[in-house]
Design a protein around this ligand. Sequence first.
Ligand SMILES: NC(=O)c1ccc[n+]([C@@H]2O[C@H](COP(=O)([O-])OP(=O)(O)OC[C@H]3O[C@@H](n4cnc5c(N)ncnc54)[C@H](O)[C@@H]3O)[C@@H](O)[C@H]2O)c1
Length: 258
Amino acid sequence: MKDSPQLSIYPSLKGRTVFVTGGGSGIGAAIVAAFAAQGARVAFVDIAESASATLAEQIVEQGHAAPWWRTCDVRDIGALQKAIADAAAELGDFAVLVNNVASDDRHTLESVTPDYYDNRMAINERPALFAIQSVVPGMRRLGFGSVVNLGSTGWQTKGSGYPCYAIAKSSVNGLTRGLAVELGKDRIRINTVSPGWVMTDRQVTLWLDDEGEQSLKRNQCLPDKLLPEDIARMVLFLASDDAKMCTAQEFTVDAGWT
Ligand SMILES: NC(=O)c1ccc[n+]([C@@H]2O[C@H](COP(=O)([O-])OP(=O)(O)OC[C@H]3O[C@@H](n4cnc5c(N)ncnc54)[C@H](O)[C@@H]3O)[C@@H](O)[C@H]2O)c1
């Protein structure tokens, strides 16, 4: 099947409250749009104002409820936690959190300074735990919840050119596994979704060259390119009640690369 099939509709996601970090473009935008199409009540933060505004408009044009969104730099944990609290005050306690924000900017071993290292972690690692900290009291009130952390297959396939990003992304499974027992007692599930190489506008513009095309052909088992929607589909499943007994796991969507 070459063309994207229609999104499955999960009855349990109708009206469900969902918070997404980095939801303004790329995979995050596909996740926000996919939840909106389920009739979920979606909120997101992103540093990119115009992309976020465009996404919100497109969702409304498609006939879905406008998402709650705010421009927010997730390196500022206070601002991130305030955004979550403000969104919850309007939409209700969050049942779903998608920790999606990241930046895979390239860097060499030699160029990394302590400040640069901290900056990479402040985008790629630190926000997830503090977002979880913010939503868990509400999930406990609801009596259930689903946290989805976006990992990556990049470090697992020895992807190079971004050691700080690789370090941060390899820690996602630790976050998932390290909180699963504590959260599970209250029926809050936590899982990792690890994408392969997904053809977002940013990836196509910045990194997809002839060598990349060859690499996709050589390494993927399936011939088609991964799209942001392919990742959103797995996130929807994990957020839904259909995944009610899935927690502490990594779900890889990489066309068979790893
Ligand atoms: N695209 C891929 O091939 C791929 C592969 C493996 C894993 N992933 C993971 O999937 C997730 C999404 O990836 P993507 O390719 O869509 O990323 P992206 O870089 O295209 O988008 C990330 C979003 O985060 C936002 N953002 C960046 N810095 C921010 C900050 N400081 N504060 C707030 N928002 C900020 C960006 O504006 C963007 O909307 C990430 O966790 C990434 O690690 C992506």
